[in-house]
Design a protein. Structure first.
Ligand code: PLP
Length: 429
């Protein structure tokens, strides 16, 4: 059966507008609140606190800016001198989720810190608590952990928090992909001492751009309000005692976010239906969809992904920037499936390439469940290196090798999705 490409491209995850957004933008325009102050910003901050259940939120230009401010706060909290409260994480190691988007970890480097990457577990594709415990054995001095909830699936929060408490470390939570997801009935974004969410164009709701810093500390929120508006002191002129940033959200962007908020649950329901349709569609294939623990977690289903069983993988080789595969009956690989999806005029994507595999971070530490991952996996060929338990030692690399993100746009029709499912099935014939 030859599949005809879709007339309109099916995206991985694109903005879905509803009409209210333009009304709030228009209101900002007509009342001339065309800056970084205004009713839209106030409302978006209020709505975020109400949704996530945090005390304070500060609307910023991007999720990355929010993570930067979070790292600055974490640095002051942990390394600030008692006399002044000032200090930073410069020169200090910070434990970070490894399989994530680089915006999770770059802000550590902006602040002069050194990310040490913690390998991934198979149950939620997030930070492995066993590897985290190992990391504290190797680097007991570390006091900050940056934790992401990948693709909207909550990480193993209880286990990770218990380990952090034991070692006196604080958590910076990257909830950029997981707005609306919950763990034991509590929203992600409320677990970290500081957290970030994102309104980037591909996220579950969007402002076209934008992000937010979340915290329960009034003092921290006030610091971020100051730092993000050029760190102006209370004086008749521009007076500066601290380094400032231009990170505040625009009231126009906030209008878009404000109009999106009433549709958050609707977006999640659409994404959930997409996830379940894939899951059902693939039930006879040697694959799984991205997993989560139903007993504790409710994801926001931001992206649906699949992972091919090890013995159903055809040969696939990736260099730094290219990929090749050899087709085989009954088997497939992410590269073959991504090609097939692209030929349909739909957008899939490889799994976020783990940070420890990125050239920019090749000198940084990487800890697996068996300890120092660099020592054991530097000359690693995917699938070739197993731990004592017989499973791949480098879990992030393994999921990157066998996994991919599927078209997950909430405007995709059931019929379009069925065609995508059929095309993927054909890859395994
Ligand atoms: C999108 C994203 C960010 C960054 O958010 P921006 O608003 O694009 O700056 C950070 N972390 C993760 C995991 C993301 O997916």
């Amino acid at each position: 059966m030859e599949m005809k490409p879709f007339e309109n491209k099916v995206w991985l995850s694109s903005p879905t507008m509803h009409g209210e957004e333009i009304e709030y933008v228009k209101e900002a325009y007509e009342t001339n609140w065309m800056s970084t102050i205004g009713e839209n910003i106030n409302e978006v901050e209020r709505l975020t606190c109400e949704k996530v259940g945090c005390e304070y939120s500060v609307a910023l230009s991007a999720g990355t800016a929010a993570l930067h401010m979070a790292m600055k706060l974490a640095g002051e909290q942990v390394y600030g001198k008692p006399e002044t409260g000032k200090g930073s994480l410069a020169g200090h190691k910070v434990f970070c989720s490894d399989m994530t988007f680089d915006a999770t970890v770059n802000p550590v480097v902006y602040e002069g810190g050194e990310p040490v990457f913690i390998d991934t577990e198979y149950d939620t594709w997030n930070m492995d608590p066993v590897a985290l415990e190992k990391a504290f054995e190797i680097y007991p001095e570390v006091k900050i952990v940056v934790l992401v909830h990948l693709y909207g699936v909550p990480a193993k929060i209880d286990e990770i928090r218990a380990i952090c408490d034991k070692h006196g470390a604080i958590i910076v939570e990257d909830a950029a992909e997981s707005l609306g997801a919950s763990y034991k009935g509590v929203q992600t974004g409320s677990f970290g001492d500081y957290a970030a969410i994102s309104f980037n164009g591909n996220k579950i709701i969007t402002g076209s751009s934008g992000g937010m810093l979340l915290t329960d500390s009034k003092e921290a929120a006030e610091k971020v309000r100051k730092w993000s508006t050029q760190a102006r002191e209370n004086a008749p002129w521009y007076q500066h005692e601290e380094l400032g940033y231009n990170y505040r959200m625009s009231n126009v962007i906030a209008g878009v976010v404000r109009g999106q908020y009433p549709h958050l649950e609707e977006h999640i329901a659409q994404k959930k239906a997409i996830y379940e349709r894939y899951k059902e569609g693939f039930k006879d294939l040697p694959v799984i969809v991205n997993p989560f623990d139903e007993a504790v977690a409710v994801p926001n289903y931001w992206l649906s992904c699949l992972l091919i069983d090890e013995d159903a993988m055809c040969k696939q080789v990736r260099s730094e920037c290219e990929a090749l595969y050899i087709s085989e009956p009954g088997k497939s690989c992410p590269t073959e499936i991504l090609d097939a999806i692209a030929a349909l005029n739909a957008e899939g994507r490889p799994i976020w390439k783990p940070m420890h595999m990125q050239p920019i971070y090749r000198m940084n530490g990487f800890i697996t469940r068996e300890g120092n991952g660099r020592a054991k996996t530097n000359a690693y060929i995917a699938g070739g290196s197993k731990g004592a338990d017989g499973k791949p030692l480098d879990v992030g690399m393994d999921i990157f090798h066998r996994g991919l993100c599927l078209p997950s746009d909430n405007k995709m029709t059931a019929e379009e999705q069925d065609v995508i499912i059929e095309v993927i099935k054909k890859c395994f014939e």
